[in-house]
Design a protein around this ligand. Structure first.
Ligand code: BT5
Length: 330
């Protein structure tokens, strides 16, 4: 482990004496001092006190801030601005990186699926994780589901009640019967709620194995809905104030790791996804590359297929845009 990370981990527990840490790690005091300066340079304002170095009480949204005290095997690369964190993560992956989360305050060329634009001004949580799970490429969609689950859980931590629309949309509101015709708050039932976050997973694989996976998550955090597309919402709007993005990003990564880095991940991810999804039990219409499928969504199956009961029997769809329809009797 490098001195910077060892110092950061030690700061999470107690004040750190420079000489003691140097002795423990077998490095020079100058190396510890340099690590302190590196953290400060990143925006993590380490304090010097008579007891030793102390972590800032309210760490900034920066690489060290997100890594500080995190219970996940990831490091963070932070940028004030990037075209797209997914693009930077792909670059790192192609250079051999693993277990790195790229985070940016702002994206100038954020992407959704099918090269759609993703609006990503300063204030959101724009994050892309590079991982190398030992799974066949066909299982990659599981990680998209896991990222959506992790996002819902991080929202729940800041008291925002979000749900998942298959496969990767994290929405707020919009459950059945919420169409309001009187003025401001008109829910559009077809969209299934207001979009708070989305996931874009990209990968490179060989025949039998994923070589790298980039899981990109975009969450409208401390933003006003006015700067977002119609039908979008933000944590600021839903929570009634700004959230701690540092804690939010760390929670998201921790939840993702807890689901994705385990042996029985497939069952755990699917069970957690079912619990948080608003799509199951609803009438849906999915636009797939080979045409539309309409019916009642009854389940999600590994690695992420939506099972739909249609007039022509049960169908499984693996990719597409899903619309929640109003129930026939509603
Ligand atoms: C997604 O695509 O929902 C995946 C979005 C992934 C964004 C993250 S941010 C970090 C990483 N780096 C990237 O460059 N991308 C990832 P999709 O399901 O195709 O939805 C895209 C559609 O959502 C657009 O066509 C708009 O209608 C809408 N949209 C765009 N920006 C939005 C926003 N900030 N909030 C809500 N909806 C948005």
């Amino acid at each position: 482990m490098d001195t910077r990370r060892a110092l950061l981990d030690a700061l999470a527990d107690a004040p750190v004496s420079g000489p003691a840490l140097a002795a423990e790690l077998g490095v020079s005091r100058a190396a510890v001092w340099k690590a302190v300066e590196t953290l400060r340079g990143e925006g993590f304002a380490v304090e010097s006190t008579p007891e030793g170095y102390v972590a800032p009480t309210d760490p900034a949204y920066c690489a060290a801030g997100i890594e500080f005290g995190i219970d996940a095997p990831y490091s963070v690369e932070y940028h004030d601005s990037l075209p797209s964190t997914n693009d930077r993560a792909r670059e790192l992956a192609s250079e051999g990186a693993a277990d790195v989360a790229v985070v940016a305050d702002e994206q100038t060329g954020g992407r959704g699926r099918l090269d759609r634009e993703w609006v990503a001004p300063s204030g959101g949580v724009w994050l892309s994780l590079v991982t190398r799970p030992t799974v066949p490429p066909a299982r990659a969609p599981l990680f998209t589901l896991a990222a959506a689950v992790a996002t819902v859980d991080a929202c729940s931590d800041v008291s925002v009640d979000a749900h998942i629309k298959w496969p990767n949309d994290v929405l707020v509101g919009g459950d059945e019967g919420t169409e309001k015709g009187d003025g401001d708050a008109v829910e559009r039932p077809g969209r299934g709620g207001r979009k708070l976050a989305g996931v874009l997973t990209e990968m490179e694989g060989e025949a039998d194995r994923v070589s790298w996976l980039v899981v990109g998550v975009g969450v409208n955090a401390n933003l006003d809905p006015e700067v977002l597309p119609a039908d979008a919402t933000s944590l600021r709007a839903e929570a009634g104030g700004d959230v701690d993005r540092r804690r939010f990003a760390a929670t998201l990564l921790e939840r993702f790791a807890a689901l994705a880095e385990t042996a029985d991940r497939s069952d755990r991810i699917l069970a957690a996804w079912r619990d948080r999804a608003s799509t199951l039990g609803r009438r849906v219409r999915v636009e797939t590359p080979t045409g539309a499928v309409e019916g009642t969504a009854v389940d999600v199956e590994s690695p992420g297929a939506l099972v739909i009961d249609t007039d022509d029997g049960t169908q499984r769809v693996h990719a597409g845009d899903c619309e929640h329809l109003r129930d026939a009797d509603g």
